[in-house]
Write a protein that binds this ligand. Structure first.
Ligand SMILES: [Zn+2]
Length: 285
């Protein structure tokens, strides 16, 4: 996550109403412009992965389901952290697996914030998600540390004080709970959900889920600017031999993606295959 820079723009405020409206507005805008960026992002075959994982019918999916933006945290000239495995590769594998799960479900319209091998700024990725009408965002990263003993899972939500904090934190709780149930990764902190603050000098401060103090005006730019509930996941440490051995493979990434898929369903209260796919099922804070 070292490439992430703090947000230096005015915070983008959103509400559940905005979230529900933004998809339609974005779709109209995209159609009017004839650009179809959402289609582009959904249908473009991932360059680092088999094209079979993103079948052509994905191009129509975003008009039919809940739009979930998947952010492959790294790629291109931005390779992220390197350790026993490479963050860029791990995030691409995980994003691919999550995309496939959501698409196979039929109630979702997964989109990518960028191609797997593409280098894109935080602003560009937030804009791509917004144009696609994203209703949820999952940004996938891996952690690293100088100490080989650092290990485990954590995810970041919009901090207290941000519009959308409650939704983001609730989504984070679902993600962390699913990972705790579905893997043997250590859950870091109180419950795996944390907040990141940046000082004016760019120094970081991590706060736990229950800490309602406001420590600064900056957090992860993508979460701040995307305009829908989202979390930034640090799924494990690429510098941990135990984490990398268990989850640093395509199989391990698929296991994590399954957790994220179940968490999305849980957050949206979509329990069964026949459950309605309306975004208004998002629970209140
Ligand atoms: Zn990262």
């Amino acid at each position: 996550m070292s490439v992430y820079r703090p947000n230096r723009k005015t915070r983008r405020r959103f509400s559940p109403r905005f979230k529900l409206l933004c998809g339609g507005a974005a779709a109209v805008l995209a159609l009017a412009a004839g650009i179809g960026l959402a289609i582009y992002t959904a249908s473009r075959p991932p360059s680092v992965l088999s094209a079979a994982s993103v079948p052509p019918e994905a191009a129509d999916a975003e008009e039919e389901g809940i739009v979930v933006a998947i952010d492959p945290g790294h790629g291109g000239s931005d390779q992220g952290a390197s350790g026993l495995v490479d963050e860029s590769e791990i995030t691409a594998w995980t994003a691919q697996a999550l995309y496939a799960l959501l698409e196979a479900d039929g109630r979702f319209a997964p989109v990518l914030t960028k191609d797997y091998s593409e280098t894109a700024s935080v602003d560009d990725r937030a804009e791509a998600a917004g144009l696609a009408g994203a209703e949820l965002l999952v940004s996938i990263h891996c952690n690293s540390d100088a100490s080989p003993d650092s290990s485990g899972f954590e995810c970041y939500a919009l901090p207290p004080g941000w519009d959308g904090h409650e939704e983001s934190a609730a989504m984070g709780v679902c993600v962390a709970a699913a990972v705790e149930t579905g893997t043997d990764l250590r859950i870091r902190g109180e419950n795996g959900v944390r907040y990141m603050y940046f000082s004016a000098a760019g120094e970081r401060r991590v706060a736990e889920y229950s800490d309602q103090s406001a420590y600064g005006a900056e957090t992860f730019g993508l979460l701040d600017r995307v305009g829908c509930p989202g979390v930034l996941i640090e799924q494990f440490f690429v510098t941990s031999s135990s984490d990398a051995a268990r989850y640093g493979s395509q199989e391990g990434c698929a296991q994590l993606a399954q957790c994220y898929y179940e968490a999305i369903c849980s957050y949206l209260r979509l329990d069964g295959e026949d459950t309605a796919s309306s975004g208004d099922q998002i629970p209140p804070p």
